[in-house]
Design a protein around this ligand. Sequence first.
Ligand code: KG4
Ligand code: ZN
Length: 343
Amino acid sequence: MLVLGIETSCDETGVALYHSERGLLAQALHSQIDLHQQHGGVVPELASRDHVRKALPMIDALLQEANVKATDINGVAYTAGPGLIGALLVGASLGRALAMGWGVPALGVHHMEGHLLAPMLEQNPPEFPFVALLVSGGHTQLVDVEGIGRYRLLGESVDDAAGEAFDKTAKLLGLPYPGGPAIAKIAEQGRAGQYEFPRPMVNRPGLDFSFSGLKTYAKNAIAQHGAPEQLSEQTRADLALAFEQAVVSTLCIKCRRALQQTGRKRLVIAGGVSANRRLRHDLGATLEKLNAELFYARPEFCTDNGAMIALAGALRLVAGQHDGSAIEVFPRWPLTDLAALQA
Ligand code: KG4
Ligand code: ZN
Protein backbone atom coordinates (compact mmCIF):
# COMPACT_ATOMS: atom_id res chain seq x y z
CA MET A 1 0.00 0.00 0.00
CA LEU A 2 1.38 3.41 -1.01
CA VAL A 3 0.56 6.23 1.40
CA LEU A 4 1.03 9.99 1.08
CA GLY A 5 1.82 11.63 4.44
CA ILE A 6 1.29 15.32 5.20
CA GLU A 7 2.61 17.10 8.33
CA THR A 8 1.54 20.70 9.06
CA SER A 9 0.99 20.80 12.84
CA CYS A 10 3.45 23.60 13.62
CA ASP A 11 6.26 25.32 11.71
CA GLU A 12 7.41 22.67 9.23
CA THR A 13 5.63 21.54 6.09
CA GLY A 14 6.53 17.86 5.63
CA VAL A 15 5.38 15.48 2.89
CA ALA A 16 6.40 11.88 2.20
CA LEU A 17 5.52 8.70 0.33
CA TYR A 18 5.72 5.48 2.35
CA HIS A 19 5.10 2.04 0.89
CA SER A 20 4.01 -0.65 3.37
CA GLU A 21 6.37 -3.23 1.78
CA ARG A 22 9.06 -1.10 0.15
CA GLY A 23 9.49 1.47 2.93
CA LEU A 24 10.09 5.20 2.50
CA LEU A 25 10.15 6.20 -1.19
CA ALA A 26 10.59 9.98 -0.93
CA GLN A 27 10.18 12.85 1.47
CA ALA A 28 10.52 16.62 1.51
CA LEU A 29 10.54 19.23 4.23
CA HIS A 30 10.17 22.98 4.29
CA SER A 31 11.09 24.68 7.56
CA GLN A 32 9.54 28.03 8.44
CA ILE A 33 12.34 28.92 10.87
CA ASP A 34 13.38 32.01 8.88
CA LEU A 35 9.78 33.22 8.90
CA HIS A 36 9.39 32.96 12.69
CA GLN A 37 12.94 33.67 13.86
CA GLN A 38 12.51 37.46 13.76
CA HIS A 39 9.52 37.05 16.16
CA GLY A 40 11.43 34.80 18.61
CA GLY A 41 8.88 31.99 18.30
CA VAL A 42 6.14 30.55 16.08
CA VAL A 43 3.41 32.98 14.96
CA PRO A 44 0.38 30.70 14.30
CA GLU A 45 -1.27 32.78 11.55
CA LEU A 46 1.99 33.10 9.60
CA ALA A 47 2.50 29.35 9.97
CA SER A 48 -0.95 28.51 8.50
CA ARG A 49 -0.49 30.85 5.54
CA ASP A 50 2.90 29.41 4.72
CA HIS A 51 1.55 25.82 4.84
CA VAL A 52 -1.17 26.90 2.36
CA ARG A 53 1.52 28.27 0.02
CA LYS A 54 3.93 25.33 0.27
CA ALA A 55 2.03 22.06 0.78
CA LEU A 56 0.47 21.40 -2.64
CA PRO A 57 3.51 22.38 -4.76
CA MET A 58 5.65 20.21 -2.46
CA ILE A 59 3.34 17.21 -3.04
CA ASP A 60 3.51 17.77 -6.82
CA ALA A 61 7.31 17.85 -6.69
CA LEU A 62 7.41 14.77 -4.43
CA LEU A 63 5.34 12.66 -6.85
CA GLN A 64 7.55 13.75 -9.73
CA GLU A 65 10.74 12.97 -7.83
CA ALA A 66 9.50 9.49 -6.85
CA ASN A 67 8.07 8.92 -10.33
CA VAL A 68 4.70 8.15 -8.79
CA LYS A 69 1.33 8.96 -10.39
CA ALA A 70 -1.56 10.16 -8.24
CA THR A 71 -3.45 7.01 -9.30
CA ASP A 72 -0.72 4.85 -7.65
CA ILE A 73 -1.52 6.27 -4.20
CA ASN A 74 -3.73 4.02 -2.03
CA GLY A 75 -4.21 6.21 1.03
CA VAL A 76 -3.57 9.63 2.57
CA ALA A 77 -2.37 10.32 6.13
CA TYR A 78 -2.25 13.81 7.61
CA THR A 79 -1.51 15.15 11.10
CA ALA A 80 -4.86 15.74 12.85
CA GLY A 81 -3.37 16.89 16.20
CA PRO A 82 -2.07 17.93 18.61
CA GLY A 83 -0.81 21.25 17.26
CA LEU A 84 -1.84 24.71 16.10
CA ILE A 85 -5.46 24.62 14.96
CA GLY A 86 -5.04 26.72 11.79
CA ALA A 87 -1.91 24.85 10.73
CA LEU A 88 -3.59 21.47 11.35
CA LEU A 89 -6.64 22.52 9.31
CA VAL A 90 -4.46 23.24 6.28
CA GLY A 91 -3.06 19.68 6.19
CA ALA A 92 -6.37 18.06 7.12
CA SER A 93 -8.36 19.92 4.43
CA LEU A 94 -5.74 19.16 1.81
CA GLY A 95 -5.42 15.51 2.85
CA ARG A 96 -9.16 14.90 2.83
CA ALA A 97 -9.65 16.73 -0.48
CA LEU A 98 -6.90 14.74 -2.20
CA ALA A 99 -8.22 11.45 -0.81
CA MET A 100 -11.74 12.28 -1.94
CA GLY A 101 -10.53 13.28 -5.42
CA TRP A 102 -8.44 10.12 -5.74
CA GLY A 103 -11.13 7.88 -4.23
CA VAL A 104 -8.84 6.46 -1.51
CA PRO A 105 -9.17 6.26 2.31
CA ALA A 106 -7.67 8.97 4.53
CA LEU A 107 -6.63 8.98 8.17
CA GLY A 108 -5.85 11.71 10.73
CA VAL A 109 -2.59 10.78 12.49
CA HIS A 110 -1.58 11.71 16.06
CA HIS A 111 1.59 13.80 15.76
CA MET A 112 3.21 12.20 18.84
CA GLU A 113 2.44 8.69 17.57
CA GLY A 114 4.29 9.76 14.42
CA HIS A 115 7.30 10.78 16.52
CA LEU A 116 7.10 7.60 18.60
CA LEU A 117 7.15 5.34 15.52
CA ALA A 118 9.80 7.35 13.58
CA PRO A 119 12.71 5.10 14.73
CA MET A 120 10.96 2.34 12.74
CA LEU A 121 12.06 4.17 9.58
CA GLU A 122 15.65 3.13 10.42
CA GLN A 123 17.72 0.03 9.64
CA ASN A 124 17.43 -1.59 13.06
CA PRO A 125 13.83 -0.84 14.10
CA PRO A 126 12.75 -1.42 17.72
CA GLU A 127 10.42 -4.32 18.43
CA PHE A 128 7.48 -4.03 20.82
CA PRO A 129 7.24 -3.75 23.78
CA PHE A 130 9.39 -0.77 24.76
CA VAL A 131 9.44 2.37 26.88
CA ALA A 132 9.31 5.60 24.86
CA LEU A 133 10.67 8.98 25.96
CA LEU A 134 8.86 11.63 23.90
CA VAL A 135 10.71 14.93 24.08
CA SER A 136 9.53 17.69 21.76
CA GLY A 137 8.73 21.39 21.88
CA GLY A 138 5.28 20.72 23.34
CA HIS A 139 5.59 17.37 25.13
CA THR A 140 7.78 15.49 27.60
CA GLN A 141 6.32 12.07 28.30
CA LEU A 142 7.41 8.60 29.30
CA VAL A 143 5.12 6.00 27.76
CA ASP A 144 4.99 2.23 28.08
CA VAL A 145 4.33 0.90 24.58
CA GLU A 146 2.98 -2.63 24.06
CA GLY A 147 2.01 -2.12 20.42
CA ILE A 148 0.53 0.49 18.09
CA GLY A 149 -2.14 2.37 20.01
CA ARG A 150 -1.38 0.41 23.20
CA TYR A 151 0.08 3.23 25.25
CA ARG A 152 0.26 3.71 29.01
CA LEU A 153 1.43 7.08 30.30
CA LEU A 154 4.14 6.58 32.94
CA GLY A 155 4.98 10.24 33.56
CA GLU A 156 5.00 13.68 31.97
CA SER A 157 6.09 17.25 32.54
CA VAL A 158 4.00 19.16 35.03
CA ASP A 159 5.03 22.47 33.39
CA ASP A 160 7.39 23.26 30.48
CA ALA A 161 8.31 20.57 27.94
CA ALA A 162 12.02 19.78 27.55
CA GLY A 163 12.18 21.47 24.12
CA GLU A 164 10.32 24.48 25.48
CA ALA A 165 12.92 24.75 28.28
CA PHE A 166 15.69 24.74 25.65
CA ASP A 167 13.85 27.40 23.61
CA LYS A 168 13.13 29.68 26.60
CA THR A 169 16.62 29.40 28.07
CA ALA A 170 18.14 30.09 24.64
CA LYS A 171 16.06 33.25 24.42
CA LEU A 172 17.36 34.38 27.84
CA LEU A 173 20.91 33.76 26.60
CA GLY A 174 20.23 35.84 23.49
CA LEU A 175 20.38 32.81 21.16
CA PRO A 176 18.12 32.35 18.11
CA TYR A 177 14.98 30.20 17.81
CA PRO A 178 14.79 27.17 17.91
CA GLY A 179 16.87 27.08 21.05
CA GLY A 180 17.76 23.38 21.25
CA PRO A 181 20.30 23.25 18.41
CA ALA A 182 21.61 26.73 19.33
CA ILE A 183 22.30 25.74 22.97
CA ALA A 184 23.82 22.38 21.95
CA LYS A 185 26.19 24.16 19.56
CA ILE A 186 27.60 26.73 21.98
CA ALA A 187 27.65 24.20 24.85
CA GLU A 188 30.51 22.48 22.99
CA GLN A 189 32.71 25.45 24.00
CA GLY A 190 31.45 25.43 27.61
CA ARG A 191 33.63 24.56 30.62
CA ALA A 192 32.14 21.93 32.91
CA GLY A 193 31.60 22.81 36.58
CA GLN A 194 31.29 26.59 36.18
CA TYR A 195 27.56 26.45 37.00
CA GLU A 196 25.44 23.75 38.60
CA PHE A 197 21.78 23.82 37.57
CA PRO A 198 19.34 21.83 39.76
CA ARG A 199 18.04 18.39 38.63
CA PRO A 200 14.30 19.00 39.11
CA MET A 201 12.14 16.35 40.79
CA VAL A 202 14.77 13.58 40.75
CA ASN A 203 14.61 13.13 44.50
CA ARG A 204 10.89 12.56 44.44
CA PRO A 205 9.49 9.15 43.52
CA GLY A 206 7.60 8.84 40.26
CA LEU A 207 8.25 9.63 36.63
CA ASP A 208 6.97 13.19 36.21
CA PHE A 209 9.21 16.05 35.10
CA SER A 210 9.40 19.78 35.81
CA PHE A 211 11.58 22.05 33.71
CA SER A 212 10.31 25.57 34.39
CA GLY A 213 12.69 26.01 37.37
CA LEU A 214 15.72 25.71 35.06
CA LYS A 215 14.63 28.81 33.20
CA THR A 216 14.40 30.72 36.51
CA TYR A 217 17.84 29.45 37.53
CA ALA A 218 19.24 30.64 34.18
CA LYS A 219 17.58 34.04 34.60
CA ASN A 220 19.13 34.50 38.06
CA ALA A 221 22.57 33.33 36.92
CA ILE A 222 22.47 35.77 33.99
CA ALA A 223 21.33 38.61 36.29
CA GLN A 224 24.55 38.19 38.33
CA HIS A 225 26.40 39.48 35.26
CA GLY A 226 24.10 42.49 34.80
CA ALA A 227 22.12 42.38 31.56
CA PRO A 228 22.10 39.41 29.10
CA GLU A 229 24.01 41.56 26.55
CA GLN A 230 26.87 41.82 29.06
CA LEU A 231 27.52 38.07 29.09
CA SER A 232 30.84 37.07 27.58
CA GLU A 233 30.81 34.33 24.92
CA GLN A 234 32.56 32.03 27.40
CA THR A 235 29.97 32.61 30.15
CA ARG A 236 27.17 32.05 27.65
CA ALA A 237 28.78 28.74 26.64
CA ASP A 238 29.36 27.72 30.29
CA LEU A 239 25.69 28.39 31.10
CA ALA A 240 24.51 26.55 27.97
CA LEU A 241 26.58 23.50 28.92
CA ALA A 242 25.38 23.47 32.54
CA PHE A 243 21.76 23.82 31.39
CA GLU A 244 22.09 21.04 28.80
CA GLN A 245 23.75 18.74 31.36
CA ALA A 246 20.91 19.35 33.84
CA VAL A 247 18.18 18.49 31.29
CA VAL A 248 20.04 15.44 29.99
CA SER A 249 20.90 14.01 33.39
CA THR A 250 17.30 14.53 34.59
CA LEU A 251 16.01 12.67 31.52
CA CYS A 252 18.57 9.87 32.06
CA ILE A 253 17.56 9.40 35.72
CA LYS A 254 13.86 9.17 34.81
CA CYS A 255 14.45 6.82 31.86
CA ARG A 256 16.48 4.48 34.06
CA ARG A 257 13.69 4.53 36.63
CA ALA A 258 11.04 3.84 33.93
CA LEU A 259 12.96 0.82 32.62
CA GLN A 260 13.51 -0.55 36.12
CA GLN A 261 9.85 -0.02 37.00
CA THR A 262 8.44 -1.68 33.87
CA GLY A 263 11.14 -4.32 33.39
CA ARG A 264 11.43 -3.34 29.70
CA LYS A 265 14.76 -3.80 27.95
CA ARG A 266 14.25 -1.33 25.09
CA LEU A 267 14.05 2.47 25.18
CA VAL A 268 12.93 4.55 22.20
CA ILE A 269 13.61 8.30 22.24
CA ALA A 270 11.69 10.52 19.84
CA GLY A 271 10.77 14.15 19.17
CA GLY A 272 13.01 17.15 18.46
CA VAL A 273 15.10 16.93 21.65
CA SER A 274 16.01 13.29 20.85
CA ALA A 275 18.31 14.75 18.16
CA ASN A 276 20.48 16.07 21.00
CA ARG A 277 23.88 14.39 20.90
CA ARG A 278 24.61 14.64 24.62
CA LEU A 279 21.25 13.00 25.39
CA ARG A 280 21.93 10.14 22.94
CA HIS A 281 25.43 9.63 24.32
CA ASP A 282 24.55 9.77 28.03
CA LEU A 283 21.45 7.60 27.62
CA GLY A 284 23.55 5.08 25.70
CA ALA A 285 25.92 4.85 28.68
CA THR A 286 23.03 4.61 31.18
CA LEU A 287 21.34 1.82 29.22
CA GLU A 288 24.54 -0.16 28.78
CA LYS A 289 24.70 -0.57 32.56
CA LEU A 290 21.10 -1.82 32.52
CA ASN A 291 21.73 -4.22 29.63
CA ALA A 292 19.04 -2.39 27.67
CA GLU A 293 19.00 -1.16 24.08
CA LEU A 294 18.51 2.42 22.88
CA PHE A 295 16.70 3.33 19.63
CA TYR A 296 16.35 6.69 17.85
CA ALA A 297 15.80 8.06 14.38
CA ARG A 298 18.29 10.04 12.27
CA PRO A 299 18.20 13.74 13.34
CA GLU A 300 15.95 14.86 10.44
CA PHE A 301 13.32 12.31 11.54
CA CYS A 302 13.53 13.39 15.23
CA THR A 303 12.21 16.87 14.47
CA ASP A 304 8.90 17.31 12.62
CA ASN A 305 8.72 15.59 9.24
CA GLY A 306 6.28 14.01 6.79
CA ALA A 307 7.92 10.57 6.79
CA MET A 308 6.79 9.72 10.34
CA ILE A 309 3.19 10.69 9.49
CA ALA A 310 3.22 8.59 6.29
CA LEU A 311 4.62 5.63 8.27
CA ALA A 312 2.16 5.88 11.18
CA GLY A 313 -0.71 6.38 8.71
CA ALA A 314 0.38 3.42 6.57
CA LEU A 315 0.52 1.07 9.58
CA ARG A 316 -3.05 1.98 10.53
CA LEU A 317 -4.47 2.18 6.98
CA VAL A 318 -3.04 -1.26 6.12
CA ALA A 319 -4.90 -2.61 9.15
CA GLY A 320 -8.13 -1.25 7.65
CA GLN A 321 -8.49 1.83 9.82
CA HIS A 322 -9.61 5.14 8.27
CA ASP A 323 -11.73 8.20 9.15
CA GLY A 324 -15.08 9.44 7.84
CA SER A 325 -15.26 12.32 5.36
CA ALA A 326 -15.56 15.14 7.94
CA ILE A 327 -12.52 17.42 8.28
CA GLU A 328 -11.67 17.13 11.98
CA VAL A 329 -8.59 18.29 13.90
CA PHE A 330 -7.70 17.99 17.59
CA PRO A 331 -5.37 20.74 18.91
CA ARG A 332 -5.29 18.88 22.26
CA TRP A 333 -5.36 15.12 21.93
CA PRO A 334 -4.08 12.69 24.61
CA LEU A 335 -1.96 9.91 23.08
CA THR A 336 -3.70 7.41 25.35
CA ASP A 337 -7.05 8.10 23.57
CA LEU A 338 -5.83 6.34 20.42
CA ALA A 339 -7.39 3.08 19.29
CA ALA A 340 -5.22 -0.02 19.64
CA LEU A 341 -4.23 -1.78 16.47
CA GLN A 342 -4.87 -5.51 16.69
CA ALA A 343 -1.60 -7.39 16.35
O1 KG4 B 1 9.44 17.52 17.63
P1 KG4 B 1 9.71 18.92 17.27
O2 KG4 B 1 10.37 19.20 15.94
O3 KG4 B 1 8.41 19.77 17.29
C1 KG4 B 1 7.37 19.57 18.21
O4 KG4 B 1 6.56 18.64 17.99
O5 KG4 B 1 7.38 20.34 19.20
O6 KG4 B 1 10.59 19.51 18.45
C2 KG4 B 1 11.07 20.82 18.43
C3 KG4 B 1 11.87 21.05 19.69
C4 KG4 B 1 12.31 22.49 19.87
O7 KG4 B 1 11.99 22.89 21.18
C5 KG4 B 1 13.81 22.45 19.64
O8 KG4 B 1 14.51 23.43 20.38
C6 KG4 B 1 14.16 21.05 20.11
O9 KG4 B 1 13.08 20.25 19.66
N1 KG4 B 1 15.41 20.54 19.53
C7 KG4 B 1 16.51 20.25 20.26
C8 KG4 B 1 17.51 19.86 19.33
N2 KG4 B 1 16.97 19.91 18.07
C9 KG4 B 1 15.69 20.33 18.22
N3 KG4 B 1 16.75 20.31 21.59
C10 KG4 B 1 17.97 19.96 22.02
N4 KG4 B 1 18.98 19.59 21.21
C11 KG4 B 1 18.81 19.51 19.86
N5 KG4 B 1 19.81 19.14 19.08
ZN1 ZN C 1 6.84 17.33 16.71
